[in-house]
Design a binder for this molecule. Structure first.
Ligand code: GDP
Ligand code: MG
Length: 177
């Protein structure tokens, strides 16, 4: 593993939220293991995954939490949010409803997490261009309005996943340092 022998300067807890089936678990597995798992049931039950990265000469251990299916019943517990310094709020660019629900997820996050939590809005499944129903401009507008960072990603191809996580971790580092 990268940085195995280096000392860790920071541990950042990041939570991934959003409607069921938008690709949260796959985003996480893409970032933590550079894998896309076609049988996504295998990720159920995993609480969090970690990846250690270097940003601005600091060794940062990102501890990224997965809802593991709780979101299906809107039963994400307060323990899940506790201590989170960053969050990815994910929707599926091919599912309008998943975008319509983003505001609710952001509200819940703001109510439960630290007030300085850094939030990144993610439009996932960017590879499914023909099925797109959520326009990037609408997401940009929402993100600007709410003070969120925004990116479209594909956990399947890997496009922008790494960049989005690095951006989030970099912003958290700015906040804490
Ligand atoms: P979660 O419920 O939000 O954790 O969603 P999953 O990560 O389990 O993914 C739900 C479904 O969407 C699975 O069938 C994945 O294979 C698929 N999926 C996830 N990310 C992508 C993506 O970027 N592109 C495409 N085409 N499918 C994806
Ligand atoms: Mg999942």
């Amino acid at each position: 593993r990268e940085n195995m022998h280096e000392k860790i300067d920071y541990v950042f807890k990041v939570v991934v939220i959003g409607d069921s089936a938008v690709g949260k678990s796959q985003m996480l597995s893409r970032f933590a293991k550079n894998e896309f798992c076609f049988d996504s049931k295998s990720t159920i039950g995993v609480e969090f995954q970690t990846r250690t990265v270097t940003i601005n000469d600091k060794v940062i251990k990102a501890q990224i939490w997965d809802t593991a299916g709780q979101e299906r019943y809107r039963a994400v517990t307060s323990a899940y949010y506790r201590g989170a310094l960053g969050a990815m709020v994910v929707y599926d660019i091919t599912k309008r409803q998943s975008f319509d629900h983003v505001a609710r997820w952001v509200d819940e996050l703001r109510a439960q997490a630290d007030s300085s939590v850094v939030i990144m809005l993610i439009g996932n499944k960017g590879d499914l261009v023909e099925q797109r129903v959520v326009h990037a401009e609408d997401a940009v507008e929402f993100a600007e309005d709410q003070g969120l960072f925004f990116s479209e990603t594909s956990a399947l191809s890997g496009e922008n996943v790494e960049t989005a996580f690095f951006k989030l971790l970099e912003q958290i580092h700015r906040v804490v340092s």
